[in-house]
Write a protein that binds this ligand. Structure first.
Ligand code: ADP
Length: 277
């Protein structure tokens, strides 16, 4: 692939999730409804979050969106095309950074050249820009074991985004990090996303993270999960971390918190403490 293609500004594509549900059937003939039919119309370049208690079907929905798991019902379209096999114009990140121990940080990021057949030189130029943007130049030639947990997760974010996919699927990518590092990585993610605005589906247990990052938040009920609220977050970007102190930020948090309180599912949900509490 040429430099030109690699450096195109690939704004995100729409994702349409229409009545998508999932029932797992076991070999013993039992069945378990993990997800009730959900519908989400996600705009090109939109950053949406899904918050909900553990086990409500968030990861299941994400795997179906990526074409990695069959749906029981409903239709998913990415950029107008129905997803019936693994979707490739995509960046995926999980809680575990999944870096390869025997490759340096840069070599981990350049893995796309091998698996996607991209031009390595062009990819390296873009990767170097991203390492610089996150002030990680010194980490480029280090091995994962030589980096802190936060640095490893930030390298993983660079790898998720370096090939400029039109869609990012992020499943609790900051779950294993301490609170302070999480704030840094959150800011990094927003900065990376703002560069060329891929469409993002972000799964988190952290209400504060969802409000801090999203254009829209889908709140889910306990299993079998369904969407109980859809909240458009009208806050300026980039969002400084101090925004958490503002009444507007607090109102969004309270609205989501209220849902979890009513559903009796506060366990496992992270609610930020605000000034005066
Ligand atoms: P979340 O991401 O919200 O924590 P998951 O999507 O991982 O939830 O799981 C939703 C429910 O589906 C859980 O009860 C989980 O145990 C169940 N589940 C997930 N994958 C499978 C599977 N392959 N077979 C059977 N049940 C599954």
């Amino acid at each position: 692939m040429s430099d030109t293609v690699l450096h195109q500004r690939t704004a995100g594509v729409p994702i349409s999730i229409e009545g998508v549900g999932k029932t797992f059937n076991s070999s013993k003939g039992t069945s378990f409804e993990a997800l009730k039919p959900v519908t989400m119309d996600i705009r090109p370049g939109e950053f949406i979050s899904i918050v909900g208690p553990s086990g409500c079907g968030k990861s299941t929905l994400m795997l179906m969106a990526a074409g990695l798991l069959d749906r029981t019902e409903g239709v998913i379209r990415i950029g107008g095309t129905t997803v019936n096999k693994p979707y490739t114009d995509i960046g995926i990140a999980f809680q575990d950074h999944l870096l390869l121990d025997f490759r340096t940080a840069m070599e981990n990021v350049l893995i796309h050249a091998d698996i996607r057949g991209l031009d390595k030189k062009a990819l390296r130029v873009r990767a170097t820009e991203l390492f610089k943007q996150l002030h990680l130049e010194k980490a480029m030639d280090k091995y994962p074991r030589q980096l802190s947990g936060g640095m490893r997760q930030r390298v993983s974010l660079i790898r998720t985004i370096v090939h400029e996919p039109s869609v990012l699927l992020l499943d609790e990518p900051f779950g294993a990090l301490d609170a302070l590092t999480r704030l840094q990585v959150r800011a990094d993610l927003e900065a990376l996303w703002l560069r060329n605005k891929p469409t993002v589906i972000f799964i988190t247990h952290s209400v504060e993270e969802a409000v801090g990052l999203s254009d829209r938040i889908f709140v889910m009920s306990p299993t079998p999960g369904q969407v109980v609220d859809e909240i458009a977050v009208d806050l300026p970007r980039p969002r400084p971390l101090a925004l958490v102190e503002s009444p507007d930020f607090g109102a969004y948090v309270d609205r989501i918190y209220g849902h979890f309180e009513r559903m009796g599912v506060l366990h496992g949900i992270e609610i930020p403490k605000r000034a005066g509490e």
